[in-house]
Write a protein that binds this ligand. Structure first.
Ligand code: PXL
Length: 277
């Protein structure tokens, strides 16, 4: 069985980050160790959330695992507690990167043109240093704009997205993938670039008329799980897009759905079925 480690927060309620990554990766047959970057009462779209920064635990956890000669097939990072924590994440990469494993960074920090409330203007530059060490990064357009300094535009076309992907790959990673790409009304998806081959690729699906919190984490976790199941980057991104759409569809169909996250649990049979094919 493949074993990965995911470094992101535990939002005790709210269906995002580790409470999404763990069940999704388990369903995909991947062992997922964790390093919680922070413990929050809820994700930060709730008012009045509490947050305990766990930066001080990262070094000791890594040191213990090194003593135990633990290795990982992938290292997957998401929401970080603070700009200062980025250096500890980079040190963790340095401790556990091998020539064969994969670092996947979801530079969670912003959406819809705005930084998340917990972060200050210094945060994107620190996240760019984390991205520099990755093999694959999966930002949304807002995050990509903050990482590259290119303007954030809601009107998209292919030259703009390609320029963004090239700028992202210059940060360091071999693969850059942009989520939330749309060139056509009613279609939404992902476009990606492989710096080593110079190839671009894309995958689009139905654009459902809603957006929910935590879908970025659903997408990134599924992508990592797909890669660990032997899928190519393009196929893993397409599977992640399809599962995310299925989660949104089931949430929209549920009159009792929560506002704060998607019904990803109900879509797990779909995900497992896709992998069995
Ligand atoms: O879904 C991304 C995410 C993860 N963790 C926390 C968040 C968010 C997005 O706002 O607040 C704590």
């Amino acid at each position: 069985m493949k074993r990965i480690v995911s470094l992101q927060d535990i939002s005790c309620l709210g269906k995002c980050s580790l409470t999404v990554a763990l069940p999704v990766l388990s369903a995909m047959g991947v062992e997922c160790a964790i390093v919680p970057t922070a413990v929050l009462s809820t994700h930060t779209m709730f008012q009045g959330f509490t947050c305990r920064d766990l930066t001080e635990e990262i070094g000791p956890i890594a040191a213990h695992w090194q003593k135990e000669h633990i290795a990982f097939d992938a290292i997957y990072t998401g929401y970080l507690a603070s700009a200062e924590q980025a250096a500890d994440i980079c040190a963790f990469f340095d401790a556990f990167k091998t020539k064969d494993n994969l670092i996947v960074v979801d530079p969670v920090m912003a959406d819809n043109g705005k930084l998340y409330p917990a972060f200050g203007p210094e945060f994107p530059a620190e996240m760019a240093k984390v991205c520099a060490k990755a093999d694959l990064i999966v930002p949304n357009l807002t995050e990509a704009s903050l990482l590259t300094g290119l303007p954030y535009r809601t009107e998209q076309d292919e030259p703009y997205i390609k320029e963004m992907l090239l700028a992202l790959s210059e940060l360091g990673p071999r693969y850059a993938a942009l989520t939330g790409v749309s060139f056509e009304k009613g279609r939404l998806g992902v476009m990606y670039y492989d710096k080593e081959t110079g190839a671009f690729g894309s995958y689009f699906n139905e654009h459902l008329p809603a957006s929910f919190h935590g879908t970025g984490d659903v997408f990134a976790s599924t992508c990592v799980g797909g890669l660990m199941n032997g899928l190519s980057v393009g196929d893993a991104l397409a599977l992640a897009a399809d599962y995310t759409v299925e989660c949104i569809r089931l949430t929209l169909e549920d009159p009792d759905a929560n506002w704060y996250g998607v019904n990803f649990e109900k879509a797990i049979p779909y995900l497992v079925g896709r992998l069995a094919k």
